[in-house]
Each structure stands twice: as structure tokens, then as C-alpha cells.
Design a binder for this molecule. Structure first.
Ligand code: UGA
Length: 407
């Protein structure tokens, strides 16, 4: 098929690349000319495993442009523009403008919204442009995006026009995943419900982690393992730590709560998940203070800057929140991250070995390479806020979510 993808952020770029790899001809559009220039030169501004290689492999089937008129002649246009949360509410202006532009250059193209939008958005836009719009939310994770796109758990397609639904369904047939054909509103809410549930799982286990820190003999990793073996609960998203960051879970939970409130519905559980998440950094700082006392003048080495492993995305990074909190208390920070090399006001090093001796090493994300013995040469005190360290080999490491004998 001839497919246009509008918005060359994370979701757009991955979607375009995978669709090109499946033999489609893909026109990639972004109004940011700088991004388009970079992409034309093969410069990727995001780090995502396998993405560069796959894009290179399919470069003859992918075109980049900052001109919306290139949507013309494509059968389907996927809208993948951002939907930020501004003052607690979703900002739909980019989606609106992308949909209107697509309609104005080609009145036949099937406009398909991948961006995360609150229920009712696609229907309202459909009425506005006088043409049905398809909702096809995205469930990929950064760091695992290519695999998630090729092997999704499900494909959700919402809309009224059965020909459009069938066409979009055909595009994703190669995945072999079960397909839910439904209304635009259900599709939109499935996305919010999923992200909010995942966020709730994380906050739930983080509360259990707090409890474990107060009960001798307990460790949240084992508790989560035991809980997760029950298929009704599931083992995923039960990793305790410093909470959820990134460009999706924080923004989507907040947007859903305010969307519901406008309809007179209070989402108490999701609100609590957000509250628990907002307290994680204060909790982590308390752990560090217990070890180091007054933080003023203390040297702390932080491992991990991006919001999670295998990405260079720092949006809503809990690690950055932690670093800012520690610096505000007078701590001196050195940091290392495999993919983030510059952070305002923080001394970054190129590899773990280059960190200098410090009062404490803090592990703030789950990169595989943090499982190295090199960190124990930097300080006698290591605090594991993401449960990376193998406790059998390093029993003295202080871990979030476990009872610490010194308490
Ligand atoms: C999330 C969802 O997982 C995707 O399904 C969804 O498509 C995406 O948002 C989106 O809306 O676009 P993402 O934000 O890329 O994906 O990353 P996650 O793997 O969900 O991690 C989010 C945060 O939760 C990270 O800070 C991570 O460290 C944290 N997390 C995750 C935990 O603290 N514990 C866990 O068990 C899992």
C-alpha cells in the first residue's frame, strides 16, 4: 500500500519503518524541517534498538518531507503527532491541525489517528471534516518498539466506515495479532485504560515495596514474583522502583483523570496511582539521606538518566527528578548513562569506569550494563533504586523495596 505517516516522533518513525519493512511505500511527514533534514541524511534523533538498521534496510521505500501536500495519493494517513498534557488537560491542537491538513490535501485518504486522544476526539473531528476517521491506538513501549509493533498483543481499530476499518486491518494483518473492531470511542478509551492500568500496577507494587521496607524478611521482588505467577494478576509491570516516567504514563493518567472529572466522574484509583508516583522521589531521597546523613557537599554518582533503559528519552525522567532533588540539598552529582551524554548542570562521564570515588552510587534505571562490578570500586555504598543488582553476589547493596537490617 501507499501509506503516509504524519509526525516523526517516536511512534511515527517506528510505525513508518515497520510498515516500509513489510513492503509498503511510506511517505513520512513532519512540519519540523530540521527533523526531516536529519532523517534524509540518516541521522536519528532517537535511540531505539534495531530502528536505525531497519530504516536503512528499507530506505528505498521511505520518503521524508515537511510538506503536507505529499499526503496526496496515499491510501491511508496515520496521524502520529503529540498530544501533550497542558495544565492537566490534553492539548489536541496538533491532532486537529494534522487531520485538517490531511483532509485539505486529499479528500480520499483514510485518516487514521494513532496519537493518544481522549474519547470523542475522532468522532468530533469526523463531524468537523465531514468524513469518517479511524482510531488505531498504539501500544508500543520505548526500548522495545520494533518488536512491540511487529508482535503486538492486539490490534485495536475503531470507526464507523467498515471499508476503512477493513483497509486498516489489512495493513496490520502481518502481525497475526487478534483484532478488535469497535467504535472510535472504545478504541480511544482502550488506550487510556491500558496505560492507566499499567501505571496503577506500578504504583501498587511501589506501595507494597514501601511496606516491605518495614517488615524484616521481606523483599518486594519475591513478593511480586509470587503474585505475578497468578495469571489473573500477571508478572509484568510489577517491578518496584522510583516510579513511572516517560512521555506516556504520567501524561495519560493525568489527562484521563481531568477528562473524567469534566464529566463528573472521579477516578479515585488512577488519582491514587499518580499520587503514589509523585511521592517516589521523596522516598528515594530519604533512603539516600539515611545512608549519607546531610547531603550538603556529598558526592553522589547516579547511573541512568533516561526515563527507562534502552532509550535516550529523558521526558519525565524520574532519575532527573532525583538528581534535581539531590542537588537542591547540596549534593554534588556525577552521572553516567549509555545513551544520554549531556544534562544541564550535571557532570556526565563517558563510561562507568570514569566515575570518580564518591560517597554513594545510586542506580536509577535498568540498563543491563549497570550489572557490572565496576560500580563497587567507586564507593562502598551502593543504593539500588531499580532492583538491578543480584543480591546473592552483592548482599550489602541497599535496595528499594527490601527490609534493610540497619533500619
Ligand atoms: C508505555 C506503555 O507501556 C505502552 O504500552 C504504550 O504504548 C506507551 O506508554 C505509549 O502510550 O506510547 P513507555 O512509556 O514507552 O510505554 O514505557 P514503559 O515500559 O511503559 O515504562 C514507563 C515507566 O514505567 C518507565 O519509567 C519504567 O521504568 C517504569 N516501570 C515500568 C516501572 O517502574 N516498573 C515496571 O514494572 C514497568
Amino acid at each position: 500500500m501507499r501509506i503516509a505517516v504524519v509526525g516523526m516522533g517516536f511512534v511515527g518513525l517506528v510505525t513508518a519503518t515497520v510498515l516500509a519493512d513489510r513492503g509498503n511505500t511510506v511517505t513520512c511527514i513532519d512540519i519540523n524541517e530540521k527533523r526531516i533534514d536529519w532523517l534524509k541524511k540518516g541521522d536519528l534523533y532517537i535511540y531505539e534498538p534495531l530502528l536505525r538498521e531497519l530504516l536503512l534496510k528499507n530506505k528505498t521505500r521511505v520518503d521524508f518531507s515537511s510538506d503536507y501536500s505529499n499526503i496526496k495519493g496515499n491510501e491511508v494517513a496515520f496521524i502520529c503527532v503529540p498530544t501533550p498534557t497542558v495544565d492537566g488537560r490534553i492539548d489536541l491542537s496538533y491532532v486537529r491541525s494534522a487531520v485538517l491538513s490531511a483532509k485539505s490535501v486529499d479528500s480520499d485518504v483514510i485518516i487514521t489517528v494513532k496519537s493518544t486522544v481522549v474519547p470523542g476526539t475522532a468522532s468530533a473531528l469526523s463531524s468537523h471534516i465531514g468524513r469518517d476517521i479511524v482510531s488505531n491506538p498504539e501500544f508500543l513501549r520505548e526500548g522495545n518498539a520494533i518488536d512491540d509493533t511487529i508482535h503486538p498483543n492486539r490490534i485495536v481499530i475503531g470507526g464507523k466506515n467498515s471499508d476503512y476499518l477493513e483497509k486498516v486491518k489489512r495493513i496490520w494483518e502481518f502481525t497475526g495479532a487478534p483484532v478488535i473492531l469497535t467504535t472510535n470511542e472504545n478504541a480511544e478509551l482502550i488506550k487510556y485504560g491500558s496505560n492507566s492500568f499499567l501505571a496503577t500496577k506500578i504504583s501498587f507494587i511501589n506501595e507494597i515495596a514501601n511496606l516491605c521496607e518495614n517488615i524484616p524478611g521481606t523483599d518486594v521482588a519475591t513478593v511480586a514474583q509470587g503474585m505475578g505467577m497468578d495469571h489473573r494478576i500477571g508478572k509484568d509491570f510489577l517491578r518496584a522502583g522510583i516510579g513511572f516516567g516517560g512521555s506516556c504514563l504520567p501524561k495519560d493518567t493525568t489527562a484521563l483523570v481531568s477528562y473524567a472529572k469534566e464529566r463528573g466522574v472521579e477516578l479515585k484509583i488512577i488519582k491514587s496511582a499518580i499520587d503514589v508516583n509523585n511521592e517516589r522521589i521523596e522516598h528515594a531521597v530519604e533512603m539516600i539521606k539515611k545512608e549519607l546523613g546531610n547531603l550538603n557537599g556529598k558526592n553522589v554518582c547516579v547511573l541512568g538518566i533516561s526515563f527507562k533503559e534502552d532509550t535516550n528519552d529523558v521526558r519525565e525522567s524520574k532519575s532527573l527528578e532525583l538528581i534535581n532533588a539531590l542537588m537542591s540539598m547540596g549534593a554534588k552529582i556525577q552521572a553516567y548513562d549509555p545513551s544520554v551524554k549531556e544534562v544541564d548542570g550535571v557532570e556526565m562521564v563517558g563510561k562507568i569506569e570514569e566515575l570518580t570515588q564518591c560517597d554513594c552510587v545510586v542506580i536509577a534505571s535498568e540498563w543491563k550494563e549497570f550489572e557490572t562490578n565496576a560500580i563497587y570500586e567507586k564507593s562502598k555504598k551502593v543504593i539500588d533504586l531499580k532492583r538491578v543488582v543480584n543480591i546473592q553476589t552483592h548482599p550489602t547493596v541497599l535496595r528499594i523495596g527490601a527490609y534493610n537490617a540497619k533500619d
